[in-house]
Structure formats: C-alpha cells, structure tokens
Design a protein around this ligand. Structure first.
Ligand SMILES: O=C(O)CCC(=O)C(=O)O
Ligand SMILES: [Fe+2]
Length: 340
C-alpha cells in the first residue's frame, strides 16, 4: 500500500560493498521490503558500481550531445518502426516523437553476451523480436564497451536486490534465480531535448507505472522526476548526490501479491533559468527483465510467461504501434498462461 510520504527514503547499500556480514544483509533486506511496501520508490546510495554518475552521463553525452553520434548514423541504428529497412525491432535508437507528450529520444541495449540459444536470428517476416542482438554505432567503439559494462554492473546489482527481496518474503535467496536465465534486461539511455519556450509543455514524460520487475534509474542533475503518493500529491525526487533511484514495476507488485507497490511517476520539464537557453535532460533507466520463456508466478499462484506478457503490454506503447500490428496472434496466445 502506497503511503502519504513527502520525500523519498534513502537506502544505503553499504552492506553489499562489504559482503559477509549476514545481519547487515538481513537488515538491508527488511529495509527494502519496508520501502517497497510503502513508497515503492527510494534513493539507493553507497552503490556497488564502478561507474560514477559522471561516467554514466558521459555515455549519454557521447551519444546525444553536440559532438555525439550524427543524426544520420543514429537513424542507421533506429528500430524498424522508424526505418523500415533496418533489421532491429526492439534494440537500438528511437527518435523523439513530435506531437507526443513523451518528448524523448533514446538508445536501448539488452544483455551484452546473450547465450546463443536465446537469440532469435533476424527474419524479415517475423516483424518483432525481443531476443535480437544489440546494435551499436560504428564510429565509437568505447561507447559499446562502456554501455555493456554498465549493463553488466546493473544486472549484477539487480540480481543481488532480487536475492534480498526473496529473503524478505521468507523464501531462499535463490528464489528468483530463474529470472536471470537469458534475461532480457534493458539499459535505456534517454535524452529529453530542450524545448523552445514557444512550445513549452509542463510534462516531458507522462504519469505511468513501470510494467516489469525492478527499475534502477540514473538521473542527471536537472531534476523534474516526481512520484505520486497515496493522497494524490506529486512529490519531487531530484538527484541526490551519488544516488540512483529504485522502483518496482507492475509485474513484481503482482508477484508479491500486492505487498509491494508499483508507484506512478512522471517527469516535469526543467524550470527555465532567466536569460539562459532551455535545458535538456538525460536519464538512464535500467529495467531488470526475466528471460522470454521465464514463468513468472505470483504469490497467489497466477503465472505468466514473461515474453508473452511483454508483447501484450507493448500493444499500448506508442513506439511499437506499427510493429505490433504485425505480431502473429500465435505469439500472443497462451493456453496455460493468464496475463495477470
Ligand atoms: O527520465 C526519468 O527520470 C524517468 C524515466 C522513466 O520513468 C521510464 O523510462 O520509465
Ligand atoms: Fe518509469
């Protein structure tokens, strides 16, 4: 149950930096449980990552910045929804959609070294492929390495958090380990371009809950992220130095039988500073995702096959509208599985 919080709690992950102390890990486990049962959102500090906040946003700047990847090269990486001749349907670049409320361009990658068994080769007639390989710009090889390292680090942290969450549910620490097999986790670099004053709008990302399991969010220093509490107030969640934000998605809320909450959030456009040009914003959400064939079970015993669940969900996501018109019904059909 979400509560009437007025700021987001801060959780130190120092117990993960110096592993070995069982009681510290148990304390962290119950702190995560408490937070996910109330606010559903928290800042994480003392992160067990080698990449700093600056490193993460340098990656964004190297892609989207003034001296970043030229538009022409970006469009070579665009998903097929945007460039009909491109092979990639799920990974890669998406341009900002003029006229939409979600004014952002992005670049997405999945697990860097997926097992061969989990990769479905590109097929011109299968218009949509959750398990395709990543695409990267050719002009900057360090970009690829840095993205992959960040993905690996965030995947490792997600696995640790899932173990702690399993313990908090009274299960063994390996309870969620099957989620890790052929994981489809997505690292998304986002750029909200500056909006000219003449077409100013209040929100650059509309209110939503995340659909999946766990989201780990790096946000830059611009601010604008807001989180909805139980009495309908939007609580600002600006950048706290050295932190990342954690929240859960609808699917994990269901898995927990409603014990944990997937909280609504949105992004407000940056306050204009007098005599300065409008500012853009970068953020980097990492969406931890199970494998396509992973059976995700709720505490109540409902179950869903993760890949099918995602394909159902994507029907409502604007960037995939065209593509999903062509997904064969058979892929979305499920006999034993109820989409909960
Ligand atoms: O840009 C942000 O800070 C939030 C992005 C977000 O909520 C999302 O991509 O799901
Ligand atoms: Fe979100």
């Amino acid at each position: 149950m979400s509560t009437s919080f007025s700021s987001l709690p801060i959780i130190s992950l120092s117990a993960l930096l110096t592993p070995g102390k069982q009681e510290d890990l148990l304390e962290l486990s119950s702190r995560l449980d408490e937070v996910l049962s109330t606010t559903g959102f928290a800042y994480l500090t003392d992160l067990p990552l080698t990449y700093t906040h600056e490193d993460v946003f340098e990656i964004c700047e190297d892609f989207f910045g003034e001296n970043g990847i030229p538009d022409e090269e970006k469009m070579k990486l665009a998903k097929r929804t945007f460039v009909k001749d491109n092979e990639n349907t799920y990974r890669g670049y998406f341009p900002a959609q003029p006229g939409s409320d979600n004014l952002k361009e992005g670049f997405e990658l999945g697990t860097p070294t997926p097992s061969i068994a989990s990769i479905t080769p590109p097929q011109r007639d299968a218009k949509f492929n959750l398990t395709e390989v990543n695409v990267f710009p050719k002009s900057d090889s360090s970009f690829r390495t840095r993205c992959e390292t960040l993905h690996n680090e965030l995947q490792g942290l997600s696995a640790q958090l899932l173990s702690l969450l399993a313990i908090s549910l009274g299960k063994s620490s390996s309870f969620f380990d099957h989620y890790l097999v052929n994981s489809l986790s997505t690292l998304r670099l986002l750029h909200y371009p500056p909006i000219p004053e003449s077409s100013r709008q209040d929100l650059i990302c509309t209110p939503h809950t995340d659909s999946g399991i766990i989201t780990l969010l790096h946000q830059d220093k611009t601010g604008g992220l807001e989180v909805l509490n139980s009495v309908g107030e939007w609580i600002p969640a600006p950048y706290v130095p050295g932190s990342m934000v954690v929240n859960i998605g609808d699917l994990l809320a269901k898995v927990s039988g409603g014990r944990w909450v997937a909280t609504y959030h949105r992004v407000r456009s940056a306050e204009r500073e007098p005599d300065k040009p409008p500012r853009g914003r970068y953020s980097v959400p990492f969406f931890f995702e199970p494998g396509f064939d992973c059976v995700v079970k709720s505490m109540q015993g409902d179950e869903v096959v993760y890949g099918k669940h995602v394909l159902e969900k994507m029907k409502g996501w604007i960037e995939f509208q065209d593509v999903l018109d062509d997904v064969p019904d058979i892929l979305l059909e499920s006999k034993a599985v109820e989409v909960f």
